[in-house]
Ligand binder design. Sequence first.
Ligand SMILES: CC(C)(COP(=O)(O)OP(=O)(O)OC[C@H]1O[C@@H](n2cnc3c(N)ncnc32)[C@H](O)[C@@H]1OP(=O)(O)O)[C@@H](O)C(=O)NCCC(=O)NCCS
Length: 160
Amino acid sequence: MKNTKNPSETEIMMRQMVMPGDTNVHGTIFGGTIMSWMDIAAAMVAQRHCENPVVTVHISDIDFISPIKLGYHVKIMASLNYVGKSSMTVGVRVDSENPFTGKSRKCTKAYLTFVALDEFGSPMEVPRLEPESEDEKRRYENAKTRRESAKKLSEKLTKS
Ligand SMILES: CC(C)(COP(=O)(O)OP(=O)(O)OC[C@H]1O[C@@H](n2cnc3c(N)ncnc32)[C@H](O)[C@@H]1OP(=O)(O)O)[C@@H](O)C(=O)NCCC(=O)NCCS
């Protein structure tokens, strides 16, 4: 396994189509279905980075921006934003695509954190992340800031 990896080595784009069983009472996609697809896509990115089993430990900043209609295509784009010692934070963006016009729209985004596990089920060290492009560097810095803010908030709430 390499000591350092670039986000572009592990990013993925996964496609689904909204079927009747994926919808809610409004006839658009059920939020839980999107969350499940996001978790799977993000887990695959984390696995590709550490080349070991991973578990989800945290999901943050999930926003449902626009609904997705029955029969539309769903594009799930996931890339590694940040790594700690054993943890990996993956940014996921979901767009819908009208299959008849090709027009796409941003629908959902979130950040999911995974921990790599060794053969005993204990957290294990993962390769470093080396962001290269401007976007990768921005995502890295933003993820770092979100982590630090979440830690400070958690400490503050625990104290009060
Ligand atoms: C993953 C697990 C073994 C880690 O155990 P742990 O005792 O929390 O281990 P640690 O305290 O050493 O934390 C390990 C890493 O996870 C991170 N972490 C743990 N909980 C976290 C949370 N809620 N949010 C963000 N990061 C978290 C820690 O910051 C640490 O990161 P680092 O190694 O990069 O510094 C344990 O939390 C677990 O089994 N959780 C349940 C996972 C699960 O069932 N998920 C759903 C199905 S996939």
